[in-house]
Design a protein around this ligand. Structure first.
Ligand SMILES: Nc1ncnc2c1ncn2[C@@H]1O[C@H](COP(=O)(O)OP(=O)(O)OP(=O)(O)O)[C@@H](O)[C@H]1O
Ligand SMILES: [Mg+2]
Length: 643
């Protein structure tokens, strides 16, 4: 017995030393080696916990082991009390494996017991600290991984699907909800394992002391289970509401702050502040309701240990009177019972944490269900071809031919933008696309660059279906200058360089010239190092657009598509831009959406998008003119002139 006790003490000290060493390493760099995880199934907790814990299984293992050490130390804590009461004050003789205690005076024995008790407490607090630190670091690392995995997923998901979620909602899910999920996993590890171990350990030890008394006390556990069941039923719905309201509030704030000038222009500051007040009141009310859904059961769960203690006091007295239990034994029992309150309470609380975390897990699962762009945009049966398609040389002398055959596309079911529409742009041609506002010109470009996939029909580059071309390769072939320039905070040079990672300054300047950035950037206070502000807000509309064109030109892809690139430019700048663009894009296939007759007049081919169809137009009769519509087959390529 003595040997076992010595081995246990040695194991305990070694474990604490190992824990301190890991703590020192983690304190220096808490997140080293924490990379993104992919959480495939979020419908249940087990796969989530497995995916999040697996990369840190050693750290988790050490934390769990230290929790067990902590538990053993907690279990040993009341025993010095028994030494004093039974062997010092009482008439019992110490057990044979503790011969050193035999013959000691009560005071010496009390001093030995006090030192032993203190040692246990000190070791227990060190173990407790290590458990708190390691479990906290584990939770942070899990949150980091989950967020990184989620962001990676979002960046590969079909943009149209991601756009269904407002920005604030995404921020809220990536922030608070991701943290709630990993904290739930961490809390489960932190609570379930050690507290179940404490409960099991205490049950065994107390059963050895007196099994009747133990049975009586265990009678309260089913009452806990029933209470937790009732509580969680109400809590789940309330928590779901609270998370949804909080997401709505984040959405409102994000949108409001993004349009402060608009609020001023329309004098809506007071109304918006009121709207924010109402939304935050709704969020707070939902949070309070969720809090109450769990807190209202606290009086019941907190009374239950008292019930156990009362039952133990009565039964224990009977047992001591019957001589089946020593007085010291009863004291140890009662000490266990009062220290049992903490693990039982935290186990009861754990079910609340899990119920709360489930609402967040559902919200994150919704994001993970978004189809990836590569898989989601290919039609059934084509996913396999994406990865196996042979690579084609990217650099070519002449841009590829672009064709669309019988393409049907609808953003929303029942509201088609294109219906069995076709087009045919010859290799290296300059095609202009015109048509009324809202007809589907930008949608057509989104289809051609595969940001969205058609519901029917085929889109091809040089006869090769774009859905058979791996996305990365397609991006090397085609660049789009979107209607909205989408600049990001940073300098002009950084925004242009975004088009080609690692682009040299010379390459950036070479793209800036034909895009017209060279007309204004050098005159700015910091030249190309001038900050453009959030969304390019510190530049004019025309300047933003020219930076966006330069960003596309620096990619130097054989196909270039521009969506209304000359909006915001004066006629002289527009004419210069088009001259330079045509020179820079010589040999490339160039598609330009425009309403400007000056531009369509210079195109090889003019196409008009209208009523779901794409028709060839006689450029010289002006875009949009019914007289210019190519008589005959809609969608037929109509080459107006040669370059
Ligand atoms: N993400 C979307 N979800 C649902 N409907 C959309 C979406 N994007 C565009 N639409 C709808 O599709 C139609 C075509 O839009 P698109 O932006 O392609 O028009 P457009 O011809 O480029 O117009 P404009 O000349 O005004 O830029 C419009 O009716 C528009 O409301
Ligand atoms: Mg458009």
């Amino acid at each position: 017995m003595l040997i076992i006790a010595l081995i246990a003490a040695g194991a305990c000290v070694t474990s604490l030393a190992a824990g301190l060493a890991v703590r020192a390493r983690l304190a220096r760099c808490p997140v080293a080696g924490a990379s993104a995880v992919s959480v495939a199934g979020l419908s249940r907790w087990r796969p989530v916990a497995r995916a999040l814990l697996r990369p840190d299984r050693r750290l988790a293992g050490l934390a769990i082991w230290l929790m067990i050490v902590d538990t053993v130390l907690a279990l040993a804590a009341p025993w010095p009390l028994m030494l004093v009461v039974d062997y010092g004050l009482g008439r019992h003789r110490p057990p044979a494996w503790l011969p050193a205690l035999d013959g000691l005076s009560p005071v010496t024995l009390a001093a030995v017991a006090a030192v032993a008790g203190l040692l246990l407490v000190v070791l227990g607090t060190v173990a407790g600290y290590l458990v708190t630190f390691l479990a906290g670091a584990l939770a942070e690392r899990m949150t980091l991984r989950l967020r990184a995995g989620l962001v990676t997923h979002m960046l590969h998901a079909a943009p149209q699907e991601v756009a269904r979620f407002p920005l604030g909602e995404l921020t809220s899910r990536l922030g608070a909800d991701a943290a709630a999920v990993s904290e739930t996993v961490a809390a489960t590890v932190e609570t379930l394992i050690p507290d179940s171990a404490v409960l099991a350990g205490m049950t065994v030890v107390t059963a050895l002391l007196d099994w009747r008394l133990t049975l009586v006390v265990l009678g309260v556990i089913p009452l806990y289970a029933i209470t937790a069941r009732f509580r969680n039923r109400g809590l789940r719905g309330a928590q779901r509401q609270a998370r949804a309201r909080s997401g709505e509030l984040a959405t409102l704030v994000a949108e409001m702050l993004a349009r402060i000038p608009l609020i001023h222009v329309f004098d809506r500051a007071r109304a918006e502040a009121e709207r924010y007040g109402h939304a935050s009141a709704r969020a707070a009310a939902a949070a309070v309701t969720a809090l109450d859904a769990s807190a209202r059961y606290t009086p019941v769960t907190d009374t239950l240990p008292g019930l156990g203690l009362a039952a133990a006091l009565v039964t224990g007295t009977v047992e001591v009177a019957a001589g089946r239990l020593t007085l010291g034994g009863l004291l140890v029992f009662l000490a266990y019972l009062s220290s049992l309150t903490t693990p039982v309470r935290s186990l009861a609380r754990l079910s609340t944490v899990v119920a709360r975390g489930s609402a967040s897990r559902e919200r994150i699962a919704e994001l993970l269900c978004l189809p990836a762009l590569a898989a989601g945009s290919s039609r059934p049966g084509q996913a396999a071809m994406l990865s196996t398609a042979a690579a084609v040389p990217v650099r070519r002398l002449r841009g590829p031919a672009i064709s669309m055959e019988q393409v049907t596309f609808a953003h929303r079911p029942g509201k088609p933008v294109l219906v069995a529409a076709s087009l045919d742009v010859p290799p290296g041609a300059f095609a202009c696309i015109t048509g009324p506002s809202g007809a589907g010109k930008s949608t057509l470009l989104s289809l051609l660059v595969r940001l969205v996939a058609p519901q029917a029909g085929r889109i091809a580059l040089d006869g090769r279906d774009i859905h058979d071309i791996p996305l990365r390769e397609l991006r090397e072939l085609v660049t789009l200058v979107p209607q909205d320039p989408w600049l990001q905070a940073g300098t002009i040079a950084e925004n242009i360089g975004y088009g080609r990672p690692g682009a040299s300054h010379a390459q950036i300047l070479a793209a800036a010239g034909p895009a017209g950035v060279a007309d204004f950037a050098p005159a700015l206070p910091h030249g190309y190092r001038t900050q453009v502000g959030a969304h390019g807000g510190l530049l004019s509309g025309g300047q933003k657009r020219r930076v966006a064109i330069a960003r596309a030109l620096v990619r130097d892809t054989p196909v270039l598509m521009l969506d209304e690139p000359t909006t915001g430019l004066d006629p002289a700048a527009e004419s210069r831009l088009i001259d330079d663009l045509l020179a820079a894009a010589r040999g490339k296939t160039l598609i330009l959406v425009t309403h400007q007759p000056r531009l369509t007049a210079r195109a090889d081919q003019v196409l008009r998008v209208s009523d779901g169809q794409i028709t060839g137009v006689d450029a010289h009769s002006g875009p949009g003119s019914p007289a210019g519509e190519w008589p005959g087959v809609p969608g037929a390529a109509y080459r107006v002139s040669s370059a």
